[in-house]
Design a protein around this ligand. Sequence first.
Ligand code: TYM
Length: 339
Amino acid sequence: MAEVTSSKPRVLSGIQPSGNLTIGNYLGALKQWVEVQKDYDCFYCVVDLHAITAEQDPRELRRKTRESAAIYIAAGIDPEISTVFVQSHVPAHSELAWMLTCMAPLGWLNRMTQFKDKSAKQAQESIGAGLLNYPSLMAADILLYHAELVPVGDDQRQHLEFTRDLAQRFNHLYGETFTLPAVMTPKAGARVMGLDNPTAKMSKSEESENHAVYLLDDLSRARKKIMRAVTDSHREIHFSDERERAGVNNLLTIYQAITGEPREDIEAHFAGKGYGDLKRGVADRVLETLAPLQSRYNDLMNEAGYLDSVLKVGREKAAAIAEETLKLAQKRIGFLAPS
Ligand code: TYM
């Protein structure tokens, strides 16, 4: 087993390998992951157990799991500093998730916005129970590592509150066991909207052609998608909360999230210009992000055995911590230790 030596506070986060990763995943999650990795002991997992809450093709799931891990590294996660692993490689996630599922009140689960949204799109009879119980699995992911900080996009805030509530409930019933995590969302880019429909969140499982820029999109295709983004019939280019102006606001927000420039400077930069200029400006910034990411991605996928060795080391480091926490939780709940 790998030794656990870091004294830095811990971070844990994950992305589902359930589709092609988008610039929403990058700006909402990955970019923050890279930013915190020097100051925290970071654990980043590819959450395949979460992905099967929707039907997955087994070959595709395997392929996407490797692809996602490679994208983490290509986006700037350094496996020498951070731990990159696959969720199902560490069985403690499933084991703690069951214990937490048994403690999670149905009322709390039923209130989860993501469950309500996703289940509304399916016939009641065919909704898998995993979709409802999913927040307990996410809580297990976080609590196993005593993570103090969880960098995510805006849509995961409610699941983080659920995790804190469930940890508190466990600690109250069985004694101090889990650390309560804090959520971390970026100042800009916490909720990137669909390019074709700027009132809906950009999603990797949405199939329409011009909805999302994928991190592995061909660069000319990515540019085309941005040039076709839905805007409005106004002229002025400024940030706005008005629904009608959601498209322009989304483009400006993507620009802000990438450049880190203050809003006033961005508005001044585009003052007097047209929507074509705005789209070109955003496309240039996005492509400047994608090009080096894709080149690193190709390099590391071509290096035989590299990714597998990262995931092997990651599994060992993650399992060492997760198993220790699991044992403590099992003891607290009253499971007889095997002799
Ligand atoms: P998932 O796979 O839907 O998304 C992965 C991460 O990307 C963020 N994100 C976005 N951010 C900004 N704009 C968007 N349009 C956008 N779309 C997605 C998400 O907020 C997330 O941070 N349940 C989680 C995965 C998970 C997890 C965890 C996260 C499982 N266990 C433990 C943190 C800690 C999910 O489905 O994310």
